[in-house]
Design a protein around this ligand. Structure first.
Ligand SMILES: NC(=O)c1ccc[n+]([C@@H]2O[C@H](COP(=O)([O-])OP(=O)(O)OC[C@H]3O[C@@H](n4cnc5c(N)ncnc54)[C@H](OP(=O)(O)O)[C@@H]3O)[C@@H](O)[C@H]2O)c1
Length: 246
């Protein structure tokens, strides 16, 4: 596959990029800053069975004018596009967001509005060639309105609904949309937050994401235990959600 990754320089995105490079897929990294892109590209090139060079292009989710040129550069370098994977996003605690409205504006813009805009650029390019895979990281935080992740969760709820609708609207034209809903995973994003009982590791999540992508799944809860947790949470009455701290 010819795969573009936005966010492949760290955390779960880096683990996914490594699996793809190691099995011989062609990879291209989008993100910021250039130094991180260069280091990750060298790592992927070394892991590729034929030492195929991984290309890079700057793409800042806070700057929508970088999206089209970055995807154009990726498509030209790869000679096409089979899959676009988006793991990049911002996270901040509810306390940080409530104390800083500018941070709230940035987070909801990056995680929802600008991610939708990026996906629209990607979707058009995939459909122009008859289809392909669009894999985007949402979160279990978007399943219900929850006190500890009220604002971050709302940005993920928005992206979840957008992706569901993209699947409904463009499946017949060949677009395969996978919405990834991780539970708590130990990455740089969650450093400093106390891990809950079912905390996952990035490599474990990456294996599950690649398997789901290959199988053409539409939604993945990962690690799998979170599917059960969210089954319960989805059905809790509102007055219970108001009382509990979850
Ligand atoms: N970790 C969890 O428990 C968890 C749970 C549920 C969902 N998720 C979601 O899973 C995805 C991957 O998260 P992760 O845990 O692997 O965290 P991560 O390692 O921090 O990955 C996030 C990536 O987003 C990039 N990024 C941030 N702002 C950007 C911008 N303006 N432009 C381009 N790239 C930007 C970061 O780049 P820099 O390193 O340069 O900042 C980083 O590479 C995210 O969508 C996250 O919301 C995570």
């Amino acid at each position: 596959m010819k795969v573009v990754l936005l966010g492949g320089t760290s955390g779960m995105g880096r683990s996914i990029a490594r699996i793809l490079a190691e099995r011989g897929d062609s990879t291209f990294l989008l993100g910021i800053p250039q130094t991180d892109l260069d280091a990750s590209a060298a790592d992927l090139t070394a892991r590729s069975p034929k030492h195929e060079a991984t290309g890079t292009a700057l793409c800042d989710l806070e700057k929508p004018d970088t999206f089209a040129p970055a995807l154009d550069a990726a498509e030209a370098a790869l000679g096409g596009l089979d899959a676009v994977i988006v793991t990049a996003a911002l996270f901040a605690t509810q306390d940080q967001l409530e104390a800083d409205i500018e941070l709230t504006r940035r987070l909801v813009t990056v995680n929802y509005a600008n991610t939708v805009v990026f996906c629209e650029h990607a979707r058009k390019r995939l459909l122009a060639k008859g289809g392909g895979k669009l894999v985007v990281f949402s979160s279990v935080a978007g399943e219900r309105g929850r006190k500890p992740v009220a604002i971050y969760g709302s940005s993920k709820a928005g992206i979840t609904r957008y992706l569901e609708a993209m699947d409904h609207k463009f499946h017949a034209e060949g677009l395969r949309v996978l919405t990834v809903k991780p539970g708590f995973v130990k990455t740089g994003m969650t450093a400093g937050v106390k891990p809950p009982p079912f905390a996952g590791e990035p490599d474990q999540v990456a294996r599950e994401v690649v398997a789901a992508m290959d199988a053409g799944k539409t939604v993945l809860y990962t690690p799998g235990m979170w599917a059960l947790v969210m089954l319960v949470i989805r059905w809790l009455p509102r007055f219970v959600m108001r009382k509990i701290g979850f």
